[in-house]
Design a protein around this ligand. Structure first.
Ligand SMILES: C[S@@+](CC[C@H](N)C(=O)[O-])C[C@H]1O[C@@H](n2cnc3c(N)ncnc32)[C@H](O)[C@@H]1O
Length: 208
């Protein structure tokens, strides 16, 4: 069974052929030591945005722009993206430009999510994508729920920590933080949720 699941996971990831711009951003991320959303995760993010009429997005964890390229792929979506790594954000800005994204559609803010999310306007965004420090993600999620409009979507990356969350013997701080957050969101009466075992796991929550 586990082998079948591993094969299914690899098959799903291999289905997607990425554009040259995404491939280049992924390669640069490797040089920065930044891990990016997987191709199948990117495809799901793109689908979420295009199929739900999302117009305004906040992202924590710009990296070199891989996830941003997927979030910006369709329509006239605007992206506010936060990262502590200035150089990586410069690379992301270049990637967005190469992909033909108008500069007015992106706002890249350098700094920590804990400092910056509280400065963004409440009830103003359609989707918040959290892919920063897993230890800070629970607090970021609280802020994200404040930022979202009713009907908005919260997406938490690496929600299964690549499988570690499912193993109760794993008690590392990042695993415990993400495991507890996942349980909290899934049991919230204010949210409709799905945990998708794509990439390192994606938790999607719809604010009711
Ligand atoms: C997993 S990478 C994100 C990759 C990006 N989402 C992608 O798929 O291309 C995590 C990023 O979050 C940034 N980061 C970590 N902690 C952060 C924090 N507290 N506030 C803002 N950015 C943070 C790191 O510098 C890193 O670029």
């Amino acid at each position: 069974m586990a082998t079948d699941q591993t094969l299914a996971w690899a098959y799903t990831e291999d289905l997607y052929v990425e554009s040259d711009v995404v491939t280049q951003a992924r390669r640069l991320a490797g040089e920065f030591g930044i891990s990016c959303v997987s191709p199948a995760t990117g495809a799901l993010l793109r689908l979420l945005v295009s199929s739900t009429g999302v117009a305004s997005i906040v992202e924590v964890g710009t990296g070199t722009g891989v996830s941003g390229l997927y979030l910006l792929a369709n329509g006239d979506v605007t992206l506010t993206s936060i990262d502590v790594e200035r150089e990586a954000q410069h690379a992301a800005r270049e990637a967005f430009s190469k992909a033909g994204v108008r500069s007015g559609r992106t706002r890249l803010i350098n700094g920590r999510s804990a400092d910056l999310l509280p400065r963004l306007a409440a009830n103003s965004y359609d989707l918040v994508f959290l892919d920063g420090d897993p230890l800070e993600t629970p607090e970021d999620a609280e802020e994200a729920l404040r930022l979202l409009r009713p009907g908005g979507i919260l997406v938490v990356a690496r929600a299964l920590a690549g499988g570690r969350v499912a193993d109760p013997a794993r008690r590392e701080d990042d695993v415990v933080a993400i495991r507890n957050l996942g349980r909290e969101l899934v049991s919230s009466p204010d949210l409709e949720t799905s945990v998708v075992p794509v990439g390192e796991g994606l938790l999607v929550a719809h604010l009711l």
